[in-house]
Design a protein around this ligand. Sequence first.
Ligand SMILES: Nc1nc2c(ncn2[C@@H]2O[C@H](COP(=O)(O)OP(=O)(O)OP(=O)(O)OP(=O)(O)OC[C@H]3O[C@@H](n4cnc5c(=O)[nH]c(N)nc54)[C@H](O)[C@@H]3O)[C@@H](O)[C@H]2O)c(=O)[nH]1
Length: 173
Amino acid sequence: MHRYTELAAQSPIQKHERVAQAKREESMALRACGLIIFRRVTGAAASDIEFLLLQTSYGIHHWTPPKGHVDPGEDDMTTALRETEEEAGLQHNHFRIVDGFRKELNYNVNNKPKTVIYWLGELMDGSAQVKLSDEHQDYRWLRLQDACALVGYQDMQDTLKEAQHFLQGQTQP
Ligand SMILES: Nc1nc2c(ncn2[C@@H]2O[C@H](COP(=O)(O)OP(=O)(O)OP(=O)(O)OP(=O)(O)OC[C@H]3O[C@@H](n4cnc5c(=O)[nH]c(N)nc54)[C@H](O)[C@@H]3O)[C@@H](O)[C@H]2O)c(=O)[nH]1
C-alpha cells in the first residue's frame, strides 16, 4: 500500500495532517552530518596536518570523512559525534571541535537532494586508534593534496582546502 494511503487509512481523524506530513518528509532533502577529523603532524606549521578519510565497503567505495544520516529527532551535532564514534571509533574526548568552522555541502544522490554538514575536529589524544565499522573497509590520514585526490568530488576538495585555510589563520590551542 502506498504510504499516503496507508497513513490515511490508519487515522481518519487526522488524515489530512498526516498525509501532509508524509508529503513534507518525502520532499525534504536527505540530511547527513559529520566531522572532518584532522591531526597535527611534525610540528610548527599550521599546514602540517593530516585529514582522516574513510573508504566505504559498499557502492563505489568512495572516501569521505566520518558522517551519516541524521536520525529522527536528533540534532546535527549529535549526529556528527555519533557517526564519528560509530564509523571511526573516535569518541568526543579524543578530539576537540574547532570553533567557527561549519561547511554545508549540497549534492544529489539518486536524483534526490542531499545536504551534508561538516564541522572540524582536531584529534587531541594521540593514542586514540581508528576502529572501522562494517560500513568502511579502509582509512587513511592524508595531507591536503593527497586527501583531495582521494575524495575526488570538487565540493569536498573545496571543503578540505577551506578547512586547512581556516586553520592556517588560527593560532594553535
Ligand atoms: N550495499 C549498499 N549499501 C549502501 C549504498 N549506499 C548506502 N548504503 C547503506 O547506507 C549506509 C550509510 O549510512 P550512513 O553512514 O548513515 O550515510 P552516509 O554517510 O550519508 O553514507 P552514504 O554512502 O549513504 O552517502 P554519501 O557518502 O553521501 O554517498 C552517496 C553518493 O553521493 C556521492 N558523494 C559522496 N560524497 C560526496 C561529496 O562529498 N560530494 C559530492 N558531490 N558527492 C558525494 C557519491 O556519488 C556517493 O555514491 C551504509 O551502511 C549502507 O548500508 C550502496 O550503494 N550499496
